[in-house]
Design a protein around this ligand. Sequence first.
Ligand code: F0G
Length: 482
Amino acid sequence: MKNIKWMFNESLPMEMHKARIVQKINLLEPKKRLEAIKEAGFNTFLLKNHDVFLDMLTDSGVNAMSDKQQAAMLQADDSYAGSETFFRLEAAIQKMFGMKFFLPAHQGRACEHIISKALVNKGEAVLMNYHFTTSKAHVVLEGGFVEELITDEGLNLNSTCQFKGNVDIDKLKDRIEKLGSKNIAFVRMEAGTNLIGGQPFSLENFEKVSKICKSNDIPLVLDASLLSDNLHFIKTREENCKNMSINEITLKLGALSDIVYFSARKLGSARGGVICTSSENLFKKMQGFIPLFEGFLTYGGMSVREMEAIAVGLEETMDEDVISQGPIFIEFMVKELLKRGIPVVTPAGGLGCHLNAMKFLEHLPQTEYPAGALAAALFIVSGARGMERGTISEQRDENGVEPLANMELLRLALPRRVFTVSHIMFVVDRLEWLFKNRHLIGGLEWSEEPEILRFFFGKLKAKGDWPEKLLENFEKDFGDSL
Ligand code: F0G
């Protein structure tokens, strides 16, 4: 971030870009918001975008694109095989990670499918700093299992640790010794660890993990989907990296990894998926699956227009002004929430702001889904939609028993370069009102619960008439304003 000095006491985050294309958004009246969330079965995934004022569901595929990305899309070379576009993207990836081989796929989970197919055999372990839903599902689909080796601080919602995404090195050594390296398909490090609040790992930790993997002949796989935030944190929080450029840090990560993959819906601010490696052997193991599951080797299910946008987006990721925008806006929002005593995950990470719903709604048992209830309540009072990351996002076991999540979080994603300070302050304002009136928020129960991925399309209902009471009190305080 540029070092800009303000005359005020407190500084505001500064956009290092200007808006040239805009999209109108609607703020429904409160009664309509209540109707919409009821119709959606209190599941924010089922809301219609037209009814949403500020869409903080995810940063996936909804980051703002630059003028240069849009311009590049016009020179896309459409051909089934050997398009110019492929070679431009390949060159951008080689420059960024220093890796020779590139395989395209339609999005991040497709990369996970290919990597798991090629590397995981039945009964084998995949060790991770922390799982992501799709990364774990693909390992399990191949008959493997996942073990998480995050440090204890990583699961501490309020910590001073600057790198909560780090692997516990002793745990890693211990697991390799106990399981035997032959039974470990790969080690996966996730940048900007999503499910613990977008928390980064340090380059130092990554170097240690890589060294251990090399000496035990275990491939190290980097999930770089949230790398742009992680790069910002390495550069600003890690003393030894202060004098390195973003590209130098990225090249170092590439050199320490056997495979890098990412969702280009996040990294590169477009839509697609990328796998790259320096190993011809690993490349050959994965290559055959691309035409089978994704598309021919030079597009892998992506639109060539998106591929052009990714190539430019990756280049722009090397610019500190570009990658700092997300983290500094999130940090600003976290600070504003903390000032008001609202429980939020600290330190601020990437991706978005994560509210601790278990603490926000201390009166609700976990079995009544506090994070889901808070997401619904926030929509009713603001039209902003977040994502439940708690027990609703878990899956019942084979006996139908529901595991309670480690954390009940409401994630408010800040897609990159999309929202302004006033958007953020509006949500903070409504959260302050909700926090003062938190006793009005009640629990949820299932009305339609699908067997798989219930959080995507399942429906719930309120226990009692708390949503109506919440609206009544809101209208009492806000009159007929929105
Ligand atoms: N890895 C990480 C760390 C992710 O956050 C995601 C997606 C994926 C892989 C899968 O990529 O969506 O392109 O298939 N995260 C999105 C989110 C869905 O909202 O956090 P994908």
